[in-house]
Ligand binder design. Structure first.
Ligand code: NAD
Length: 234
């Protein structure tokens, strides 16, 4: 195998599952008992803002009671010790990578613990409910929404992600179903660039066939094992 210096790691809901945060596509296609179209689209927010704000208030409160698991902590160890470039691109909107100790994290789908003012465009750290329409700390307008990329909206910082992929010597995907684009397409982009690709997941994902190698198992087992292997090579 060629020398690996730069690594891009994509994470999804599966890495937080063992921390007690529901993944997206549970049985019956419902997410926390809601249809995605009713809570995670700009149209849903326009139609019934109270329903959407209440849903995200619940999830924002819930993630603050969860703790990072061994997989988050293992990636933090890798982040701290890896001498080359490393970027953890997460589709997750929880903050468990950061609380697990990782620093080089990019939230492409936004963050539960941020509010976005649709009047002045400021992002503010936010842990409280939004349902009662609190004022924006920056401009005072009551126009805050969750800083979450909903279906039909553009993910954040795509230029940075593509730039990191172009420099990468390894692409690793952890706990993601390969169902949500554009993240699901990164593996094909990596292959086109000739970068080795590795998948760590509980089961084969939709994109498994695109990976050079797939290691199946719970994230809290397969991720620390992979990190140990990488750190042994430094
Ligand atoms: P997904 O729910 O579509 O897929 C989760 C994947 O993780 C599945 O392939 C499943 O087999 C795997 N998985 C489940 N338990 C696992 C475990 N213990 N160890 C390893 N893998 C496990 O999630 P996705 O692909 O990330 O896409 C869902 C979208 O929903 C994302 O855009 C994300 O923004 C959002 N979401 C985020 C969170 C969060 O922030 N924690 C939670 C739910 C959904």
């Amino acid at each position: 195998m060629p020398t690996i210096r730069n690594i891009v790691i994509l994470t999804g809901a599966g890495i937080s599952a063992e921390s007690g945060i529901d993944t997206f596509r549970s049985e019956g296609g419902l997410w926390e008992r809601h249809r995605v179209e009713d809570v995670a689209t700009p149209e849903a927010f326009a139609r019934d803002p109270d329903l959407v704000l209440r849903f995200y208030d619940m999830r924002r409160a819930a993630i603050q009671t969860k703790q990072p698991n061994a997989a988050h902590r293992a990636l933090a160890r890798l982040d701290a010790a890896w001498p080359g470039d490393l970027l953890i691109v997460t589709q997750n909107v929880d903050d468990l990578h950061e609380r697990g100790g990782a620093r080089r994290v990019l939230h492409m789908h936004g963050e539960h613990l941020n509010a976005w003012c649709t009047a002045c465009d400021a992002r503010s750290p936010w842990t409280a409910p939004l349902l009662h329409r609190p004022p924006c700390p920056a401009c005072g307008t009551s126009a805050l929404r969750p800083d979450i990329v909903w279906f039909g909206e553009m993910p954040y910082r795509m230029d940075e992600i593509h730039a990191a992929l172009r420099q990468a010597d390894l692409f690793v995907s952890i706990g993601t179903s390969g169902a949500v684009y554009p993240a699901a397409g990164f593996v094909r982009g990596a292959r086109d660039l000739g970068i080795p690709t590795l998948e760590l997941n509980l089961e084969h994902s939709k994109g498994s066939a695109w990976f050079d190698e797939t290691r199946l198992g719970p994230a809290t087992e397969v991720v620390p094992a992979w990190v140990d292997q990488m750190l042994a090579s430094v």
